[in-house]
Design a protein around this ligand. Structure first.
Ligand code: NAD
Length: 442
C-alpha cells in the first residue's frame, strides 16, 4: 500500500515568497517546523541573493512517500500505521536522515527534518543529501514483536526508495540500534545479500561504527569548547543545564562532565533535577539504568522540568524535541550560550528575542551534526569493509566539528548575520553550487 503524495507541489507553492520582500511571521510559522524551516531558508536565501530558480528547487522536498503499514498485533488484531519518508535533496549524495516513531509524527515535521538534514550535511561538508522518516505510533505501548513487524513492513514498503546510493536511514527519537538491525536485515533479505551500508547507527558487530552512539553528544561537547574559546570563557566553572536525557542529552552530559563542565540541571519528561554544585553524571546514569527514570536520584534536588530552562546557567542544551524555546519563554532564558542538541528546539519568533538578548546560539544544523558525521564514517567503513578504532573515529569527528564551527563563525562575521542564518547561508551556498553544476535534468 504505497502512494506517492500528490499534494506537495500545489500545497507548498502557496508559500512561495516574493524575492527581496519582507515576510511577516504567522502563528503557523511559530509552531509548524516546516514553516519555520522555510522561513529561515527564505531569510538566508534572500541574504545570499539566491537565483530565483534554484531557490524554488531547494525550497521543496524532491520526493515524499506516504505508506500505510498493516501489522498483526500480539492480540490477533490487525492495525494499520501511517509512515513517511521524505527526501528533501539528493544533489550532494544519497539522502541521509533518521526515522522516528511517535504518536505526533506529521508530514510537515518529517519535511522539516528532511530539509534540516540537507543543510546539516552541507554545513559539515559530507557527501549526503537530506532525508527523514517517521511512523505515527506509540512505541511505549507496543511490544518488541509488534515493533519488529512494523519496522520490517515499513522497510518493505520503502524498499525501492532506500539503499546505500539512494537514501540511508538512521535512528532518531524512539528508534535505536535494534531498529536499524531489523531494517538492515529486511533490506538484505530482499536483495538476497547482506547490505550493511543501507542504514547507519547499527550495532557494532553488524557493521556499526565505534563511537557512533556517543557521536552527537561528542559533537555538542566540541561546539561548547569552541564557543567558550570564541567568547573567551573558561571551561572550569562553566554551568550547564540539559533538557532530555536520551541518547543526545545523556552522552553530551557525560562528555561535558568529563571535560570539567558542571552539569547543574537535567530536565526530563517525568521530572527534573537540580544541584548547584554539579550532578554526578555516571551515578545518574547508573540510577536511570536501575530505575528507568532520572527522578528519585539522591544526588540532586527535584525540580520542575519547564522551569529549568529559564534558570541561570552558562550553557543551555535543549536535547529533547522541537519548539521548546518559543516567544512564550525566550525572554526569560538566563543562559549565555544556547547549544541546540535537538532538531528545531527554537521557534522563529524566539530567534529574534534571543538575538536581542545577546545569547550566543549554536544552531541545531551545526551543534548536533556529530551524529550524521559519524554515520558518514559508518557508511564509509561498511563500503570499505574495514573498521576504524574509536580513537580514529573521534579524532576525525573532532576535526570536522571544529572546522565546521569555525566555518559558521567566519560566515557570520563576513556576512554580518547571526550564527543560525550563517549556518543556513553556508549550507544553501554549497547545495546551490552543486545543484547548478549538475544542472536541471529534463
Ligand atoms: P531519545 O529518544 O534517545 O531521547 C530524547 C529524550 O528526551 C527522552 O529521554 C525523552 O524522555 C526526553 N524528552 C522528550 N520530550 C521532552 C520534554 N518535552 N521535556 C523533557 N524531556 C523530554 O532521542 P535522541 O536521539 O536523544 O534525540 C533527541 C533530539 O536530538 C531529537 O530532536 C533528535 O531529532 C535530535 N538528534 C538526535 C541525533 C542522534 O544521533 N540520536 C542526532 C541529531 C539530532
Amino acid at each position: 500500500m504505497t502512494t506517492e503524495s500528490l499534494v506537495p507541489a500545489a500545497e507548498l507553492q502557496r508559500n512561495l515568497p516574493m524575492q527581496h520582500q519582507q515576510q511577516t511571521l504567522t502563528l503557523e510559522q511559530e509552531t509548524n517546523p516546516w514553516e519555520a524551516q522555510a522561513y529561515r531558508f527564505d531569510l538566508a536565501a534572500r541574504k545570499l541573493k539566491l537565483d530565483q530558480g534554484i531557490w524554488k528547487v531547494l525550497r521543496y522536498p524532491t520526493r515524499e512517500l506516504i505508506v500505510h503499514i498493516p501489522v498483526c498485533m500480539d492480540n490477533g488484531t490487525i492495525e494499520v500505521f501511517t509512515g513517511y519518508r521524505v527526501q528533501h535533496s539528493v544533489a550532494r549524495g544519497p539522502g541521509k536522515g533518521g526515522i522516528r516513531y511517535a504518536p505526533d509524527v506529521s508530514l510537515d515535521e518529517v519535511r522539516a527534518l528532511a530539509s534540516w538534514m540537507t543543510w546539516k550535511c552541507a554545513v559539515v561538508n559530507i557527501p549526503f543529501g537530506g532525508a527523514k522518516g517517521g511512523v505515527i505510533c506509540d512505541p511505549k505501548r507496543m511490544s518488541q514483536g509488534e515493533l519488529e513487524r512494523m519496522t520490517r513492513r515499513y522497510t518493505a514498503e520503502l524498499i525501492e526508495f532506500i539503499g546505500p546510493e539512494k537514501d540511508v536511514p538512521a535512528p532518531d527519537m524512539n528508534t535505536n540500534e535494534q531498529t536499524m538491525a531489523w531494517i538492515m536485515d529486511t533490506y538484505s533479505m530482499h536483495m538476497r545479500q547482506t547490505v550493511t551500508s543501507v542504514v547507519t547507527g547499527k550495532p557494532v558487530n553488524i557493521g556499526g561504527s565505534r563511537g557512533r552512539r556517543e557521536a552527537t553528544g561528542r559533537g555538542i561537547s566540541v561546539c561548547c569548547d569552541e564557543a567558550l574559546k570564541h567568547l573567551n570563557l573558561p571551561v572550569q566553572g562553566c554551568r550547564v543545564i540539559i533538557q532530555g536525557f536520551g541518547n543526545v542529552g545523556s552522552n553530551a552530559a557525560k562528555l561535558l562532565a568529563e571535560k570539567g563542565y558542571t552539569i547543574i540541571g537535567i530536565a526530563e519528561f517525568d521530572g527534573g533535577l537540580f544541584n548547584d554544585r554539579g550532578i554526578d553524571i555516571p551515578n545518574l546514569l547508573s540510577h536511570r539504568a536501575r530505575t528507568g527514570s532520572v527522578t528519585g536520584f539522591s544526588g540532586a534536588e527535584p525540580a520542575e522540568p519547564h522551569q529549568l530552562l529559564t534558570q541561570p546557567c552558562d550553557i543551555l542544551i535543549p536535547a529533547a524535541t522541537e519548539n521548546v524555546i518559543t516567544s512564550q519563554n525566550a525572554a526569560q532564558l538566563q543562559c549565555r550560550i544556547l547549544c541546540e542538541g535537538a532538531n528545531g528546539p527554537t521557534t522563529v519568533a524566539a530567534d529574534d528575542i534571543l538575538e536581542q538578548k545577546g545569547v550566543f546560539v549554536i544552531p541545531d544544523i551545526l551543534a548536533n551534526a556529530g551524529g550524521v558525521t559519524a554515520s558518514y564514517f559508518e557508511w564509509v567503513q561498511d563500503r570499505m569493509g574495514y573498521f576504524w578504532t574509536e580513537e580514529e573515529v573521534n579524532q576525525r569527528l573532532d576535526r570536522i566539528m571544529t572546522d565546521s564551527f569555525q566555518d559558521v563563525i567566519s560566515y557570520s562575521t563576513s556576512h554580518d548575520v547571526n550564527n543560525r542564518i550563517a549556518a543556513y547561508m553556508l549550507a544553501i551556498d554549497r547545495v546551490a553550487y552543486t545543484t547548478k553544476q549538475r544542472g536541471i535534468y529534463a
